[in-house]
Design a protein around this ligand. Structure first.
Ligand code: FES
Length: 338
């Protein structure tokens, strides 16, 4: 693949720590030769070789914001696109290339109160967020803003950072739900209890984000107080192969079950702008010329209205059941003169 926009600069990092937080979540610690500052909510691009191809994957940074030390946690997905398996095969002391951290989920440390909502591996950015909120109030010698956290996972042993949150939040601040026990958060009830001007930060699977976003907009709270990101791997439909045509490039292809639209486009010479590869920045959105089937929109960039109109698709994460015909931004007759 071509380099994403922000990966023109890369540096080598050494794996100095590996820690299994759960049977399927491993925490990696990397050390860099020089400082590359980052802030809570940032994600780190990592260059990996997946199934014989060089590609980039992005992982939310976690832990303290040390400028030369990066920590992130990766959930092993046997049926995923291969990035997690490639990372899990790495050993202590190995070197990896990383790009500059980017933040599409930055924390506003001036909020009077916070609601943090984490689903599964979506919990990772909240470790540094909780640390930052507490550190800020200590620096200012002011009472800590109120924090409430809703942390959900499929089963109890997948609550990867539960010990950290139990140590750093009071029992009344931390609410846990486990799918296996039939527990579910009532987002509407939780939102109704929030103080005015509370900022909500939500990270987790797409279905959870959609439910929360709906409950938030129905509550008539300000949309700018809602911040969310996803990890772009989960959608309403299971991953299946689908057909892709790009008439402008004479392309008629199949997107396999374990590859993204973006990967297939790039591999077949259809150059596409992209950056985050997590469905957040919107740079990869392409025009839909025709659709025979349904789009499983997995991004958090397009609005609900844009998603329902199916005129655009974020090709880094979204998928299709059926056939889709896309147009690219490429125009043969466009000549730029300075
Ligand atoms: S590259 Fe950012 S949304 Fe697709």
């Amino acid at each position: 693949m071509n380099e994403p926009l922000h990966n023109k600069f890369t540096t080598q990092a050494k794996i100095i720590g590996l820690k299994d937080l759960t049977p399927t979540v491993r925490e990696f610690t990397l050390e860099l030769p020089r400082a590359l500052p980052w802030s809570p909510g940032s994600h780190l691009p990592i260059s990996l070789e997946v199934k014989g191809f060089k590609t980039w994957r992005h992982y939310s940074l976690t832990g303290a914001t040390h400028p030369q030390r990066y920590q992130f946690a990766v959930k092993k997905l046997d049926q995923g696109r291969g990035g997690s398996m490639a990372l899990w095969s790495l050993e202590l002391g190995e070197l990896v290339h990383v790009g500059t951290p980017k933040n599409h989920f930055s924390l506003d440390t001036s909020a009077p109160s916070y609601l943090l909502v984490a689903g599964g591996i979506g919990v990772t950015p909240f470790v540094s967020m909780v640390q930052a909120i507490k550190a800020q109030s200590q620096r200012q010698k002011s009472p800590a803003p109120s924090i409430k956290m809703l942390y959900g996972a499929r089963d109890e042993q997948e609550l990867a950072y539960i010990d950290f949150f139990r140590q750093n939040l009071q029992a009344t601040q931390l609410h846990v739900c486990v799918d296996d026990k039939g527990e579910r958060f009532d987002f509407r009830a939780q939102i109704a209890q929030l103080a005015p001007k509370t900022q909500a930060y939500v990270c987790g699977p797409q279905a959870m984000l959609s439910a929360f976003r709906l409950a938030w907009s129905d509550s008539e709270r300000a949309l700018e107080d809602l911040h969310f990101e996803t990890f772009g791997t989960s959608g309403a439909q299971v991953n299946e192969a689908f057909s892709l045509k790009v008439p402008r490039h004479g392309v008629d292809l199949v997107v396999g079950q374990d590859e993204t639209l973006l990967e297939v486009l790039e591999r077949n010479g259809v150059q596409t702008l992209y950056d985050c590869q997590r469905g957040e920045c919107g740079l990869c959105a392409m025009d839909v010329l025709a659709l025979d089937g349904v789009i499983d929109h997995r991004d958090v960039f397009l609005s609900p209205h844009e998603k329902s109109s199916n005129q655009k698709i974020c090709v880094c994460v979204s998928r299709v059941c059926g056939t889709i015909i896309l147009d690219s931004a490429y125009r043969e007759d466009e000549i730029f003169v300075n």
